[in-house]
Design a protein around this ligand. Structure first.
Ligand code: NAD
Ligand code: IPM
Ligand code: MN
Length: 352
């Protein structure tokens, strides 16, 4: 029997609605296993910023580091200038905790409504770099607000940073269907693009069993809707990975199903699990957000902290719920359930 120290950051908007469902399922998954959760809630997000001006203090960060893992809902609110919470809270956590792998699985469950008429067998993971690229905040603006304004955002790609995430992606491919696709745009971004291309070539030499493919990112957005079954593991930079994983969410049945892990594979710092989606101000407060992405993030969390059985049971409970959705869809239309009804159904399946 052991204790899992969990830091919980519900955040803003629907983050506050989906996190309780994730926790409900986490409790159900661990019931009777001997493992227990020691939870610390962090009130980070828009309210805290309005009250104190803080996004993430050094004290918050130090306290968060004392945990085995982090569950996050979403951050960002229309009442806060865009970028303040996204950069000051979410990206600061990813950078400070060296979450260089942003792992985003995409799987279509048979029969679940998707915008694709012939989805095929969609089951891939995006290994998105999490600490570099255009997200570094390396840029600036001069003559702001004048007709002569110049704004720059410089993408930072280091040999060290690219190699470690590419290596992780090869390991994933090796354990899956042995197929790796690098997505970049080296026909235009000749500096960063060729660093990524050469790195994949070099690391790939150590994985002769993995077949390597390449797509420019613009073409990748086509294949993702015309032939997504071609993908097994996609490795890409921070911004391309951000964009492609919203698209991956959409084709697999909705962004409300897409989970992610911000992982430090070296285990120097706690990893952080969250849905791919944001705070969805357009539906916040209505109790209609799909909590499944957060529940699947809980499965990734359990896997990461060494509870693979509990993780598998959460996945199986989600599979069962997806089958229910597929049936409902066949029998006349999608189910309409509230956030907590979905959480209850999945938690209930775990206890059965
Ligand atoms: P979003 O992901 O919040 O919403 C995009 C669309 O998807 C909206 O129509 C929304 O209603 C829908 N949606 C999202 N999650 C859903 C769910 N669980 N169930 C059903 N529908 C869902 O993206 P956005 O509107 O571009 O951003 C809103 C805010 O969230 C912004 O402040 C943004 O910066 C922030 N954001 C945060 C994160 C994060 O915390 N990781 C991720 C993305 C966006
Ligand atoms: C995501 C979000 C974040 C990102 C934002 C809110 C910083 O879109 O987690 O996908 O761009 O990584
Ligand atoms: Mn995103």
């Amino acid at each position: 029997p052991h204790t899992i120290r969990l830091a919980v950051i519900p955040g803003d908007g629907i983050g506050k609605e989906v996190v309780p469902e994730g926790l409900k399922v986490l409790d159900a998954a661990l019931a009777g296993t001997g493992a227990s959760i020691e939870r610390t809630d962090f009130d980070l997000g828009a309210e805290r910023w309005h009250a104190t001006g803080d996004t993430l203090t050094d004290e918050d960060l130090a306290a968060i580091k004392e945990h085995d893992a982090i569950l996050l809902g979403a951050v960002g609110d229309p009442s806060v200038p865009s970028g303040v919470l996204e950069r000051g809270l979410l990206l600061r956590l990813r950078f400070e905790l060296d979450h260089y792998v942003n792992l985003r699985p995409a799987k279509h469950y048979p029969g679940v409504p998707t915008p694709l008429t012939e989805p095929g067998d969609i089951d891939f993971v995006v290994v998105r770099e999490g600490t570099e690229g255009l997200y570094c905040g390396n840029g600036g603006a001069v003559r702001v607000g004048t007709p002569h304004e110049i704004a720059t955002e410089v993408s930072v790609n280091t040999a060290y940073g690219v190699e470690r995430v590419v290596r992780y992606a090869f390991e994933q491919a090796n354990a899956r269907r042995q197929r790796l696709t690098l997505v970049h745009k080296h026909n235009v971004l000749v500096h960063a693009g060729h660093l990524w291309r050469r790195t994949v070539e070099a690391v790939g030499a150590e994985y002769p069993g993995v077949s390597v493919d390449y797509c420019h990112v613009d073409a990748a957005t086509i294949y993702m809707v015309t032939d997504p079954a071609r993908f097994d593991v996609i490795v890409t930079d921070n911004l391309f990975g951000d964009i492609l994983t919203d698209e991956a969410g959409a084709i697999t049945g909705g962004i409300g199903l897409a989970a992610s892990g911000n992982i430090n594979p070296d285990r120097a710092f706690p990893s952080m699990f969250e849905p791919v989606h944001g705070s969805a101000p357009d539906i916040a407060g209505q109790g209609i957000a799909d909590p499944t992405a957060t529940i699947l993030a809980v499965a990734l969390l359990l896997e990461h902290i060494g509870e693979p059985d509990a993780a598998a049971r959460v996945s199986a409970a989600v599979d069962a719920d997806m089958a229910t959705r597929a049936r409902a869809n066949q029998e006349g239309g999608p189910l309409t359930r509230s956030t907590s009804e979905i959480g209850d159904a999945i938690a209930q399946a775990l206890r059965a």
